[in-house]
Write a protein that binds this ligand. Structure first.
Ligand code: FEO
Length: 175
């Protein structure tokens, strides 16, 4: 059983995860408009991952007998000054999401909700990866700026991000 406070906070996180998907779809569109199909591909898969995160929260609230309450999703920005600026914004966004997850963990502790606390541990680990992955691209783009053709090399590399639907979205995952 979820407390009202915990349920509200989990519902807010559903909104934040779907907003993340919106943000990355917006970045995908920006990169397509710049002719950077590898960066666009990377963002598309990032957006799909975010949808799977939202799905995990929806399933968990349902499983705990809570009520999923969906709120409107804010519109993300549509333009960035450069590919580097877009990836820097993606990195900063992940730092913000990590802070939201940490706040949820704090709340689960305060509410003595061990099941939610346990569920959130997956996201604590995932955020380490999310920050490292967006931050890694920021570093690559900074290095690439120094060499001619560097941006296109990074674009080609990002285009090789493996395509695999998260099990949550194919019916193969428990959550
Ligand atoms: Fe679902 Fe990228 O945090």
């Amino acid at each position: 059983m979820l407390t009202d406070k915990m349920q509200d906070a989990l519902n807010e996180q559903i909104n934040a995860e779907i907003y993340s998907a919106y943000l990355y779809y917006a970045m995908e569109a920006y990169f397509q408009s710049q002719g950077l199909s590898g960066c666009a591909h990377w963002m598309q898969w990032q957006a799909i991952e975010e949808m799977s995160h939202g799905h995990k929260f929806v399933s968990f609230v349902n499983e705990r007998g809570g009520r999923v309450k969906l709120a409107p999703i804010a519109g993300p920005p549509t333009e960035w000054d450069s590919p580097l600026a877009a990836f820097e914004a993606a990195y900063q966004h992940e730092v913000k999401v990590s802070a939201l997850i940490n706040k949820l963990v704090d709340l689960a502790q305060a509410e003595r909700d061990h099941a939610t606390h346990n569920f959130l541990q997956w996201f604590v680990g995932e955020q380490v990866e999310e920050e490292a992955s967006a931050g890694g691209v920021v570093q690559k783009l900074k290095l690439a700026a120094a060499s001619p053709g560097g941006l296109f090399m990074v674009d080609r590399e990002l285009g090789q991000r493996p395509i695999s639907l998260p099990p949550e979205l194919t019916g193969g995952g428990k959550q």
